[in-house]
Design a binder for this molecule. Structure first.
Ligand SMILES: [Zn+2]
Length: 445
């Protein structure tokens, strides 16, 4: 049985049609001799079209990497968007830009869409990189099948995989009547604030789609499909206490001071918050008579013979689900509230990124991708443990519709001069994606 019934094509801008949510929908292909997971004539055509596009894909990768698109290089990100528009309009997509009303200046997000009657697929990439103009990162090069350059893996290689898959589907005639929305985010690496507003576009389009595919690169050290990523909150711990001569530390008169109290708290964070998927990191901190936290760093005053009145520590908390976050924050709060003699502590949290919760819908979509992969190349596609991956835009989609991530090419060294892509992985990645999309189309109507 299929998990979804056919529904109208994606709601276009300006209409207010409501669409039911399809969270956790199973992705179950039919069984038996008609199984859609047998290599068909159509699959072979798609595979051939991807392979024939290899040269085109490499030229596109070079063009994309050579166009600097650091997040704050608005002209550069816009030019990358223009390259994407050129390719997507040639495949029958209509494009437009969206500019969220955020506090910081960014290039905006490119949306490409085509309407049809298939299940609605949302494809997500980002156009920006961490390499601002003149920043670290050398020019594009290829040697022994390895491409290097700023943003080549994160995520210009992912853009090439996504477009190669679409181009092959286009050549095989599979895009006719299909419903696909392609979102190219302009500020993934340094999102404008408030983040919720900047990324509302992803939530909105996810609600108007049935399945989502995100093209962050595949990590060579932990290969597989990403079905979950951890969310991130920051925390700040403030401790105050009475001060005085060091000779009276730990007496009933003066108490423990801020240093011992903050050490107690920090040690308990280490010993008490131990569970799979959860980490509490202390980024930096200080203890002293007076602490001022400035943008350039913490300034501390204190004396060897003085009991410190203040402590300040900052760090992050990473979690796999909102339930785990809430529970961890409650436990941290409880640890802080105990308090050694003469001290007062306070901890505050701020959410930075929601988790991509590993929902059953995500797992089912991964399973379908694995079956496609086994059929094509006999390669398993296990779920990557969320602890090995940072946040991505998939975090804003998961929980609304089934989503999988890490569909870009193999490579690594992200955000460094060592960034690379294994060019031989582009065609298999694009073929898997294209056949997966055609399978999803085949399940509809
Ligand atoms: Zn990325």
């Amino acid at each position: 049985m299929l998990g979804l019934s056919c529904r109208p094509a994606v709601v276009d801008e300006g209409t207010d049609e409501t669409v039911e949510r399809v969270d956790q929908s199973p992705v179950t292909p039919p069984e038996g001799p008609e199984s859609i997971l047998h290599l068909s004539q159509q699959d072979q055509e798609i595979s051939l079209a991807v392979a024939l596009g290899e040269e085109w894909g490499q030229a596109l990768l070079k063009e994309l990497v050579e166009q600097n698109s650091g997040t704050l290089n608005i002209e550069g990100v816009t030019k990358v968007g223009a390259i994407l528009e050129r390719e997507l309009t040639s495949m029958g997509f209509e494009t437009h830009w969206e500019h969220p009303e955020v506090n910081e200046r960014r290039a905006g997000h490119l949306i490409a869409h085509r309407s049809g009657s298939s299940y609605r697929i949302l494809m997500v990439v980002h156009m920006d990189t961490v390499f601002e103009t003149g920043a670290d990162g050398s020019a594009f090069s290829i040697e022994d099948g390895i491409a290097r350059g700023p943003g080549v893996h994160d995520m210009k290689g992912g853009i090439v995989v996504a477009l190669s898959a679409l181009r092959a589907l286009h050549h095989a005639g599979e895009l006719e009547g299909s419903s696909i929305t392609f979102i190219a985010i302009g500020d993934e690496e340094s999102p404008a604030q408030p983040l919720e507003l900047d990324r509302k576009i992803l939530r909105d389009y996810a609600e108007q789609s049935d399945y989502a595919l995100v093209f962050e690169g595949r990590d060579d050290t932990h290969p597989g499909i990403v079905t979950g990523r951890r969310g991130i909150s920051s925390w700040e711990l403030f401790v105050t206490s009475g001060g005085g001569h060091s000779s009276r530390i730990l007496t009933s008169e003066l108490g423990a001071g801020s240093a011992y109290e903050s050490a107690r708290i920090i040690n308990m964070l280490r010993t008490e918050l131990v569970e799979p998927g959860l980490t509490v990191n202390i980024g930096y901190g200080a203890v002293g008579s007076q602490i001022s936290d400035q943008q350039s760093g913490i300034v501390v005053q204190g004396k060897l013979n003085r009991v410190p009145e203040q402590a300040l520590y900052k760090g992050d908390l990473r979690y796999t689900t909102f339930v785990q976050r809430d529970d961890a924050q409650k436990r941290m709060q409880a640890i802080v509230e105990v308090g050694l003699l003469g001290t007062v502590a306070d901890i505050r949290f701020m959410d930075l990124y929601p988790p991509m919760e590993a929902t059953p819908g995500n797992e089912n979509l991964r399973d379908l991708m694995e079956q496609v992969s086994l059929m094509l190349t006999e390669e398993a596609q296990p779920a990557v443990d969320p602890i090995y991956r940072g946040a991505s835009d998939a975090c804003f989609i998961s929980g609304t519709i089934p989503v999988i991530d890490g569909l870009g090419p193999s490579g690594g060294g992200d955000h460094s001069r060592e960034e690379y892509v294994d060019l031989s992985s582009i065609t298999p990645s694009a073929t898997r994606t294209a056949v997966l999309i055609s399978r999803i189309f085949a399940m509809g109507c």
